[in-house]
Design a binder for this molecule. Sequence first.
Ligand code: PFF
Length: 447
Amino acid sequence: MSRDSFGSRMGALLAMAGSAVGLGNLWRFPYLVGENGGAAFIIIYIILSFMICLPIFISEFVIGRRSQKNAYAAFRDLSGGSAWRWIGLFTIIVPLIVLSYYSVIGGWSIEYLLKSFTFSFSGEESQSVMNTMFTSFVSSTWAPLLAHTGFLLVTTLIVMIGIKDGIEKFSKVMMPLLFFIVIAIAVYSVTLPGAKAGLDYLFTPDFSKIDAKACAAALGQAFFSLSLGFGTIMTYASYVDKKENIMTQSTATAASDLMFALIAGVAIMPAVFAFGINPQAGPGLVFETLPYVFGQMPAGGVVAILFFIALLVAALTSSISMLEVAVAYLVEEKNFSRTMACIVLFIFCWVVGAVCSLSFGPLSDVRISGGNLFDFFDNLSSNILMTLGSLFTVLFVGWRLKKTDVYDEFTNGGDISRNAKLFGVLWFLIRYICPVAIIVIFVTGLI
Ligand code: PFF
């Protein structure tokens, strides 16, 4: 049977952008920008994204498209059957862990979408009502578990349908919708009285805040945002046509991810500041602060519905990319049918996710290095495992693959002359700059 693949250039691009654009863009980027020097941080973020992350993205693209295999087989075959294949296996397991807890948050966005349909946020006098609403929801046993099950089920069903008819079709419909919604909210948000304070928070440059920690934060965010080190880009790239231009596709994905993050910032921060609230990051921002803001603003009920649709869609297009990595492995290496692979992985992620979900309630006494199990999985995967995955990827491409093979894949056999001209710089970045930068940032983040 021939291997499934993306049916069009746009489809492949939107699927990759779908993987990149996720919760990270909506709930962490705007806050990080505001706290770390506004436009100064954005400049650092752009430089790091294009100097460090883009070469890593291209490295994953090269591995995936050259091998046209799942991540495990890609490392195995391209290295001539050496121990590198264990790195492939590593990049398959990490996204499964992330998917497990990502699905818990995806479940929360389903719950909040349902709440927004019943206008549950309107007219509350104080933000503490929203805090209590959120805390009592996540610390309960069954409701978040049910929501997690629903989110994971939708993810699994889309992946079960396949690449062209499932992942690609879904991304092609949902990504434009997602952009449209966030742009609409941004336009509305900047017209609110007092919105300027939010724009100042985001865009006033303060270079005194740029230190090693801020750079580490920028790079860590860029990694997570571009789904690097998880085997996802590699796996999606393995379904991309050999005629496509790797440089163009990679740059377009990175650019749309960045653009979405900036628009998300403009959608969220002016609204938050217009109501005199101090922003926070993460779940607190989207499930406590924003519902309160929606409850206060004119037409906030509609904005809330749109926002939680966007949050859910952004989470789904990312979660399907995480699941596909392991599905491809089980189908191609272990002879599972696609349906069976999806069912087995659903069970695995459901169980790990359930533990994460319960760690806010019945299992909240189980602590690992000060945090609950959810924090543990989140820190482990997004700070440590993801960075290691990226490091191994660039080392593999820069030091294990043959330069001529990388050149061949990157330039489509020498046909794309612009890529041929860029190759010298790219090769230098992949071989030297990226590994050193990753190690420095990794160590800085640990200290
Ligand atoms: N890039 C996604 C985000 O910004 O939320 C998260 C993500 C997706 C991480 C896919 C890893 C992955 F494989």
